[in-house]
Design a protein around this ligand. Structure first.
Ligand SMILES: Cc1cc2nc3c(=O)[nH]c(=O)nc-3n(C[C@H](O)[C@H](O)[C@H](O)COP(=O)(O)OP(=O)(O)OC[C@H]3O[C@@H](n4cnc5c(N)ncnc54)[C@H](O)[C@@H]3O)c2cc1C
Length: 481
C-alpha cells in the first residue's frame, strides 16, 4: 500500500503503461481479445488540430520537458520524446518504412531472437498499413521535397518518396491531409473494445514479489495523488527512455537501460531562389543511396524551427530569416556504432541519459554533412547554413571542406528523434533485457512492447517496425495465455 495513497479497488487482467505506437497496438489487441485492460498515460489527449502541428507550441504541449532533453556526452545528443495519448506518433512526420528481411535476419542472428523474420512480420505489417492508410501523396510532392529529388537526380543518387500514414483528400484545389496518429487510428477502437484509459497518470514503479509484478504505484501528475493498481500482467510501453527507467525504479536492472541506440543526425537550413517553405506541408522525400548507414531527408520547417536551427550562428545566419519562405530544414541521419545508457538517479524523476559517439560515428556525421551540402547545392540551393555552433555558411562546393573541418566534437550539433534498444529482445541473456517476445527476463508477468525492444536503431524511420513487432508479440502472448 502506498503511503497516503489508496487502492483503486478493482483488479485488471492487463495494465498497459504508455500510449505510443507500442502501447496502442498492445492495449487494443488485448481488449479485442476480451481482456479487462487499464492504460495509464502521463500526458494528455490532444486531438490533431487542437495545437498547431510542428510548432513550438506543439513542443510545449506534446513533448516531454517541452523537447529540452539531451543525452550527455561529447558532443551531447539532443533528443525529443512525444508525451501524451499517442506518444511520438502525434508529433511525427508520419513517414513509414517496412523493416527489410536483411535487417530482421541480422537482428535475429546477433541477438538470438526467435520468430522474427520477414514472413512473421508481413501479416502484421499489412494490417497496420491498412489501419493507418499508409500511402503515397496523390498529388505532387511539396517544393521542399522536390529540390531534394532534383539534387539526387543530378548526382545520380537513389531516393524515393516515403509513404505516410495519412488520409489525403483533394477538393476545389485544396489539399487536406489527416495524419493517422494513434489517437486517430487506434485509441478510438481500443476504447470501443473496452479499454479504460487514465490520462495524466504516471507509473512510478512496479511492486514485485519473487519476479512477479503484483501492482503498479501511480501518481496523478496534476494533483500528486498516489494510487496502487493491481493486475495480472503488465506491459511497459513508455518508449526507449522511460521504459528502462520505470523497470530500474522497480528493481529490474539486468541489461535494462544499456544499449541505447539512436540515429545521430546533423541538420542544415538551405536557402533557394524560389519559395520552398509551406508551413502546413511536411517533406516526404528521402535520399537512401548510402542507407542504412546514412540517409537524407527534410524536417518540419515552420519559421520558429528555422530560427532555432539558424541560432547556432545567429550573428551570421540570422539575416536569412527575412527570406524564410525560401528556407527549409534538412537532415543527414546516421546509424551509429556508439551506444548510450539510461540510468535512474535516486531523488530525481528524470533518468540520466548518456550517449557515446565513437570517432567513426563523428566521421560518418561529417561525411553526412558534406554529402548533404552537395545534395542541396545540386538541388539548387544558393546557400546552406549548417546547424552547429559557429558553423560557416556554404555557398558553393568549395566551402564544404571548411564547414566539415569546423564540425569538431566540441561544436557538433547532434540530435535524434529515434530512440531504441534499451531493453533488447532475444534469448542471449548476457545481453538481452527481455525474451524474444518481450517478456522481461527473470520475471513472470512483466512485458516490454515498444521501441526499447529493437536491438538497434534500424537505419530507417522506426515506427512501422515498432508496431509490427508489438503486434507480433501480443499475438504470441494471446496464443500462450
Ligand atoms: C518529432 C518526431 C518525429 C518523428 N517522425 C517519425 C516518422 O516520421 N516516422 C517514424 O517511423 N517515426 C518517427 N518518429 C519516431 C516515433 O515517433 C517513435 O519511434 C515511436 O513513437 C516510439 O513508440 P513507443 O511506443 O516506443 O513510445 P512513445 O511513442 O515514446 O510513447 C510512449 C508514451 O508513454 C508515455 N509514458 C512514458 N513513461 C510513462 C510512465 N511512467 N507512466 C505513464 N506514461 C508514460 C509517454 O508520455 C508517451 O506518450 C518521430 C519521433 C519524433 C519525436
Amino acid at each position: 500500500m502506498v503511503n497516503g495513497g489508496d487502492m483503486t479497488g478493482s483488479r485488471y487482467e492487463a495494465l498497459v503503461i504508455g500510449t505510443g505506437p507500442g502501447g496502442a497496438v498492445t492495449a487494443r489487441a488485448l481488449a479485442e481479445a476480451g481482456m479487462r485492460v487499464l492504460v495509464v498515460e502521463e500526458g494528455a489527449w490532444t486531438s490533431p488540430g487542437m495545437v498547431e502541428a510542428y510548432s513550438l507550441e506543439q513542443m510545449r504541449h506534446q513533448y516531454r520537458r517541452a523537447g529540452l532533453t539531451a543525452a550527455l556526452g561529447r558532443p551531447p545528443v539532443a533528443y525529443v520524446e512525444g508525451m501524451g495519448v499517442g506518444g511520438g506518433s502525434e508529433v511525427s512526420l508520419g513517414l513509414y518504412h517496412r523493416p527489410s528481411a536483411q535487417l530482421l535476419e541480422s537482428w535475429s542472428r546477433d541477438w538470438c531472437i526467435q520468430g522474427l523474420d520477414a514472413p512473421a512480420l508481413a501479416g502484421h505489417g499489412a494490417v497496420i498499413e491498412r489501419e493507418l492508410g499508409v500511402g503515397l501523396l496523390p498529388w505532387s510532392m511539396p517544393a521542399a521535397s522536390q529540390v531534394l529529388a532534383y539534387g539526387a537526380q543530378a548526382l545520380g543518387w537513389y531516393g524515393l518518396q516515403v509513404p505516410r500514414w495519412a488520409v489525403c483528400r483533394e477538393g476545389g484545389g485544396v489539399h487536406e491531409v489527416e495524419k493517422q496518429t494513434m489517437s486517430v487510428a487506434y485509441w478510438p477502437k481500443a476504447l470501443a473494445a473496452g479499454v479504460e484509459l487514465r490520462e495524466h497518470t504516471r507509473a512510478v514503479r512496479l511492486a514485485l514479489t519473487r519476479g512477479r509484478a503484483v501492482a503498479a504505484v501511480t501518481e496523478d501528475v496534476r494533483s500528486g495523488r498516489m494510487s496502487e493498481i493491481a493486475f495480472d500482467h503488465v506491459f511497459v510501453c513508455g518508449g526507449a527512455v522511460q521504459t528502462p527507467a520505470l523497470l530500474q525504479r522497480s528493481g529490474l536492472n539486468r541489461n535494462i537501460g544499456r544499449n541505447l541506440s539512436v540515429h545521430p543526425t546533423v541538420r542544415a537550413v538551405a536557402e533557394f531562389h524560389h519559395r520552398v517553405n509551406d508551413p502546413s506541408d511536411v517533406p516526404v522525400y528521402q535520399v537512401r543511396e548510402f542507407a542504412p548507414r546514412l540517409s537524407f531527408g527534410g524536417s518540419a520547417s515552420r519559421p520558429g524551427l528555422l530560427a532555432a536551427a539558424l541560432s547556432e550562428n545567429w550573428p551570421v545566419f540570422g539575416e536569412a530569416m527575412e527570406r524564410w519562405p525560401h528556407l527549409s530544414l534538412y537532415y543527414a541521419a546516421t546509424q551509429s556504432i556508439g551506444r548510450g545508457r539510461v540510468r535512474v538517479v535516486p531523488g530525481f524523476s528524470d533518468p540520466l541519459v548518456t550517449y557515446r559517439l565513437t570517432g567513426a560515428d563523428l566521421e560518418l556525421l561529417r561525411s553526412g554533412l558534406a554529402r548533404m551540402a552537395h545534395l542541396l547545392l545540386a538541388g539548387g540551393a544558393r546557400a546552406v547554413y549548417p546547424a552547429f555552433r559557429g558553423a560557416p555558411k556554404i555557398t558553393g562546393a568549395g566551402d564544404v571542406p571548411a564547414a566539415v573541418a569546423a564540425m569538431s566534437r566540441a561544436r557538433a550539433g547532434v540530435m535524434t528523434v529515434h530512440l531504441c534498444g534499451t531493453v533488447p529482445m532475444g534469448e542471449d541473456r548476457r545481453r538481452c533485457g527481455a525474451g524474444s517476445f518481450g517478456q522481461v527476463h527473470g520475471t513472470a508477468n512483466v512485458y516490454v512492447n515498444d521501441a526499447s525492444l529493437l536491438p538497434a536503431a534500424p537505419g530507417l524511420n522506426p515506427q512501422g517496425t515498432i508496431m509490427a513487432v508489438a503486434a507480433r508479440n501480443i499475438t504470441h502472448f494471446l496464443s500462450t495465455h
